[in-house]
Design a protein around this ligand. Structure first.
Ligand SMILES: *[C@@H]1O[C@H](CO)[C@@H](O)[C@H](O)[C@H]1NC(C)=O
Ligand SMILES: *[C@@H]1O[C@H](CO)[C@@H](O)[C@H](O)[C@H]1NC(C)=O
Ligand SMILES: *[C@@H]1O[C@H](CO)[C@@H](O)[C@H](O)[C@H]1NC(C)=O
Ligand SMILES: *[C@@H]1O[C@H](CO)[C@@H](O)[C@H](O)[C@H]1NC(C)=O
Ligand SMILES: *[C@@H]1O[C@H](CO)[C@@H](O)[C@H](O)[C@H]1NC(C)=O
Ligand SMILES: *[C@@H]1O[C@H](CO)[C@@H](O)[C@H](O)[C@H]1NC(C)=O
Ligand SMILES: *[C@@H]1O[C@H](CO)[C@@H](O)[C@H](O)[C@H]1NC(C)=O
Ligand SMILES: *[C@@H]1O[C@H](CO)[C@@H](O)[C@H](O)[C@H]1NC(C)=O
Length: 452
């Protein structure tokens, strides 16, 4: 609680000190930078976007936020900025930082008051997506795991559920099979759902298939995507501006649906509905439109280069035998399979144990072995947070580390199958993280949940 208070005080001071000093006319876009744009269509779309962003900036409160819309507006502005490398950003770094701080204050207040005013999944999901788009990890928000809180209650409404799952997937949290099934159910009965729900579901599923473990679901996306694309109406829209903006994000860069809808007429539909001052009714809808028109929407957040995540595309080595390990250099005879065992022990006195034996190409990381084990047997389900130097496993088989109670998961690499009667000594704790631990024939891995 002390941390929360400090954050509040600091932010208030920042707002008071700097709030008055900015010359608002500086936020206006320079119209002159457009002269070098190539096509008139591009010019027009830039103008729509620029005007929308400029309008949003005029709607900013003196506390640097946008009332209930702070996370979505910040996400939209941040992603639109990233899209225009080299051009001048409409907000300075300092302004972005102040608005980000305001957003942190809002999250802190939500967490602080959640006993009186319950947190809602859509709120948490929007804040998590915004944090991700700004390269912050919502799983480590000042020691608070927003995604875990979000995943704690499954939303009743399909739209909220899809948004929450998109947000969990975006922060690379484990998405449960049950959740994926529910998304697939929605996608496969698209006719019974509103367009926004289907679009959000497709966004969530497209995020999930970026995870190499779920790439096989790619084909299940084809039919729902086509059926969504075909709902385009003669005016180019999908019923209203909001549905159109969300659908454009869901279908962005999906080659298979290219023939089933007309993207430029969807764009025109949106553009003709812009108010003269640049707004689309309110900040909420304006932010949705910016996400759609800037070509970087909700679907792009997972793969942002925050200098910390592996690119999904580089991470394609399958170890379940479905896909061959690429042999870039050397020849196939070097790719040798090895078998290792992987055991979980629960409790300092080992009251429970579980083991599995896994075969995989030599030099596979132990992290990949853990993923295979999880796919084969849900007793090996785990959750890890991502750090610049790799994954940190904090939860296995539903048991989460409890630093307060000194309960930790310790990983051992052993020359023999672990025996609870002769527990391993501390020297056998693995010297490196799960990503850097490469398996060798005869390795025995043990994760032991014990009190230190
Ligand atoms: C704000 O900026 C404009 C244009 O850059 C300038 O003309 C004006 O004098 C500035 N106002 C203040 C209060 O600095
Ligand atoms: C923004 O608009 C969407 C769609 O109309 C709505 O579901 C959501 O509650 C709005 N958000 C806020 C903060 O009002
Ligand atoms: C898409 O719509 C635009 C009008 O917005 C039209 O000019 C164009 O021919 C359409 N493209 C196709 C492939 O139908
Ligand atoms: C390695 O294992 C995979 C699947 O388990 C199998 O398809 C492949 O042939 C094996 N490779 C070698 C060199 O044994
Ligand atoms: C593959 O590598 C092995 C040992 O490195 C070598 O003996 C063998 O000739 C190579 N095979 C081919 C086809 O290059
Ligand atoms: C496995 O790793 C070792 C050490 O990094 C390396 O020498 C070897 O070439 C690697 N083998 C394969 C098949 O990648
Ligand atoms: C573990 O075993 C020791 C002695 O065998 C016993 O004193 C201790 O209470 C046990 N701990 C738990 C948590 O069961
Ligand atoms: C679990 O522990 C029991 C008792 O110590 C032992 O006999 C058994 O081999 C262990 N099983 C596994 C799978 O580790």
């Amino acid at each position: 609680m002390l941390n929360l208070k400090c954050l509040l005080v600091i932010c208030t001071i920042i707002s008071v000190v700097f709030g008055k000093e900015f010359n608002t006319s500086k936020y206006d876009y320079k119209e002159t930078t457009e002269s070098n744009k190539q096509t008139t269509e591009y010019l027009k779309q830039e103008t729509t976007l620029q005007k929308a962003i400029s309008w949003l900036i005029t709607q900013r409160e003196t506390n640097w936020g946008w009332r209930n819309d702070t996370p979505k507006v910040l996400t939209a502005i941040q992603l639109a900025n990233l899209d225009k490398v080299g051009e001048e950003s409409p907000l300075s770094n300092l302004e972005m930082q102040l608005s980000t701080k305001q957003m942190e204050v809002e999250i802190v207040l939500l967490l602080w008051r959640h006993h009186e005013v319950p947190l809602t999944p859509p709120q948490l999901a929007q804040y998590s997506l915004a944090l991700n788009s700004l390269c912050y990890d919502p799983k480590q928000f000042h020691g608070h795991d927003l995604i875990a809180t979000l995943q704690h209650h499954e939303p009743v409404h399909d739209l909220d559920f899809a948004l929450a799952t998109l947000s969990a997937c975006t922060s690379r949290s484990h998405v449960r099979k049950k959740q994926i099934r529910r998304l697939l159910d929605i996608a496969n009965t698209a006719k019974d759902h509103n367009i926004d729900t289907v679009a959000m579901t497709i966004l969530a599923l497209r995020c999930i298939v970026k995870d190499h473990r779920h790439r096989n679901l790619q084909h299940s996306l084809r039919r729902p995507s086509i059926s969504l694309a075909r709902q385009q109406q003669h005016d180019g829209g999908f019923g209203n501006v909001y549905n159109t903006a969300l659908t454009m994000q869901a279908l962005h860069d999906v080659n298979e649906v290219f023939n089933h809808w007309n993207k430029s007429s969807a764009r025109s539909y949106i553009e003709t509905r812009q108010d003269p001052d640049g707004a689309f009714t309110d900040p909420n809808l304006t932010a949705d439109v910016i996400l759609a028109l800037s070509e970087k929407g909700f679907g792009s957040i997972r793969n942002l280069d925050c200098g910390k995540y592996d690119n999904d595309m580089e991470n394609q080595v399958e170890i379940d035998g479905l896909v061959k390990t690429p042999s870039i250099h050397g020849n196939d005879s070097e790719i040798r399979n090895v078998t290792v065992t992987y055991t979980l022990w629960f409790g300092t006195n080992v009251t429970e144990n579980t083991s599995i034996s896994i075969t995989a190409p030599r030099n596979t990381s132990f992290y990949n072995i853990m993923q295979s084990a999880m796919n084969l047997d849900n007793r090996f389900t785990f959750e890890a947070s991502e750090w610049p130097n790799g994954h940190y496993v904090h939860t296995l088989a539903g048991f989460k580390e409890e630093p307060m109670g000194y309960h930790y998961w310790l990983l051992y690499r052993l020359p023999e199958f672990p025996d609870p009667m002769a527990p391993p000594a501390n020297q056998l704790v693995a010297p490196v993280g799960v990503d850097d631990l490469l398996i060798e024939e005869g390795d025995h891995y043990l994760f032991w949940y014990k009190k230190l």
